[in-house]
Ligand binder design. Structure first.
Ligand SMILES: *Cc1c(COP(=O)(O)O)cnc(C)c1O
Length: 404
């Protein structure tokens, strides 16, 4: 049975820690991890947790304890990963549009580096030549992903070096004797169809023969999870067998077997997360019945930013009759979480829980409207522990210099 936290327990956590509150369920992360490990057990595959989904240091430590490596999108994520105990050679820094000095810093820390522009690749060659292996992030010109904002592999996307410029990549590699040990693509988030990954493999294997030092093929992340009933999620077993077949039919021309890398973010942590809020106001109007909770897009931006669906339950009145509500926040900006959503009858001070809040939830939160960011709790072995304090008024002033 799938791991989850009961409504009653969520209510208790709300009483104990207050709201708004992010709650993560360790065993659910482990369940997702085991799904990946089991599906790919026959393949030579390594998983790097794409930590931009959720970087609480305890989550990083927990995911490390499961046996994952880690993928970072900034030097600070790399440093958090080191702090969490990952060895430098378990840390992949997949850069995009960063300064060369940050690439140098990653190199000095001993991280694995994927470079995503011709200019940085050239600078890397000039400075380090063949002394340090490097990966190349390519843009496969494949349209995939839940929506345009989370699609990264298409031909108008800023991410990676277009495969159509491969001759320029090869020229730089030749000129400086670069040791290219991996080729990387990440086509987007919420990719339902396992065959998209196979398409990516096809694109990569067209150019693989031109790289003599390859050891790894990095297919990025983007596995989809289910946000509502009936949602399709990426079929991980199918993906594993398709990837296995694709690699079997494209042996590395160099003879050495290539290892496959994946960078799952959302898949590991999304469903482990619950965002718990309290209803401030129920406002009946002729157009809609608005429910305002003690939060807004300053805490959970996905509905406004991506039109993302988060399932909402009234855990204080689970037997109440269903009614239609427009669930909104308390900030001075339109911050709708859900339009015309059927929810058990809502009363002021009820707890509403947003499901699938583990990925890109707290991580994308802000202090907009000078409101405080939520606390975070990790539930592991049946024990809840506070893993981030709720902010205080002092936090709003902490880095400000009062010169007047
Ligand atoms: C964001 C990102 C991921 C993870 O994407 P998910 O949709 O969360 O799985 C993987 N790789 C790279 C390079 C990313 O930027």
């Amino acid at each position: 049975m799938s791991q989850s936290i009961s409504n009653q327990y969520l209510n208790e956590l709300g009483e104990q820690f207050g709201t708004p509150l992010y709650i993560y369920h360790g065993e659910k992360i482990r369940e997702q991890w085991l799904k990946l490990k089991q599906a790919f057990s026959g393949n030579n595959t390594v998983f790097f947790y794409a930590c931009k989904a959720l970087t609480n240091i305890n989550i990083l430590k927990y995911i490390r304890s499961l046996g994952a490596n880690i993928d970072c999108s900034s030097i600070y994520e790399g440093r958090l990963a080191l702090h969490a105990g990952f060895a430098p050679n378990q840390i992949l820094y997949t850069s995009n549009g960063i300064s060369f000095s940050e690439i140098e810093e990653a190199k000095n820390l001993g991280l694995i580096i994927n470079i995503d522009s011709l200019s940085n690749l050239k600078k890397f060659g000039q400075k380090f030549g063949s002394s340090y292996p490097v990966g190349v992030r390519l843009r496969p010109n494949i349209m995939a992903g839940g929506n345009l904002k989370i699609s990264t592999g298409h031909d108008k996307s800023k991410f990676g070096i277009p495969v159509t410029q491969i001759d320029q990549v090869l020229e730089i590699v030749r000129q400086y004797g670069l040791l290219v040990h991996d080729l990387h693509i990440h086509t987007g988030s919420e990719i339902k169809d396992a065959h998209i990954f196979v398409k990516g493999i096809e694109v990569l294997f067209d150019i693989v023969p031109q790289f003599n030092d390859l050891k790894f093929i990095d297919l990025g992340g983007g596995f989809k999870v289910s946000y509502k009933q009936g949602d399709i999620e990426t079929d991980i077993s199918l993906l594993a067998s398709e990837v296995g077949k694709a690699f079997a039919s494209h042996p590395n021309p160099g003879g050495r077997p290539l290892q496959v890398w994946f960078e799952p973010g959302k898949f590991l942590v999304s469903e482990s997360g619950y965002f718990l809020t309290t209803v401030n106001v129920v406002k009946e109007t002729p157009g809609a019945c608005f429910v305002s909770v003690d939060s807004g897009f300053n805490h959970l931006i996905r509905p406004m930013f991506y039109d993302a669906y988060h399932h909402i339950d009234n855990i204080s009145n689970p037997e109440g009759p269903f009614r239609k509500y427009t669930v909104v926040g308390n900030i001075c900006e339109t911050d709708t979480f859900a339009w015309d959503r059927e929810i058990n009858e809502v009363r002021e001070e009820d707890h509403l829980v947003f499901r699938n809040a583990g990925a890109y939830g707290f991580e994308m939160s802000s202090n907009f409207n000078s409101r405080l960011r939520p606390a975070e709790v990790l539930v592991l072995d049946g024990r809840p522990q506070l893993i981030r304090k709720r902010e205080t008024f002092q936090d709003l002033l902490r880095n400000q210099l009062e010169v007047l």
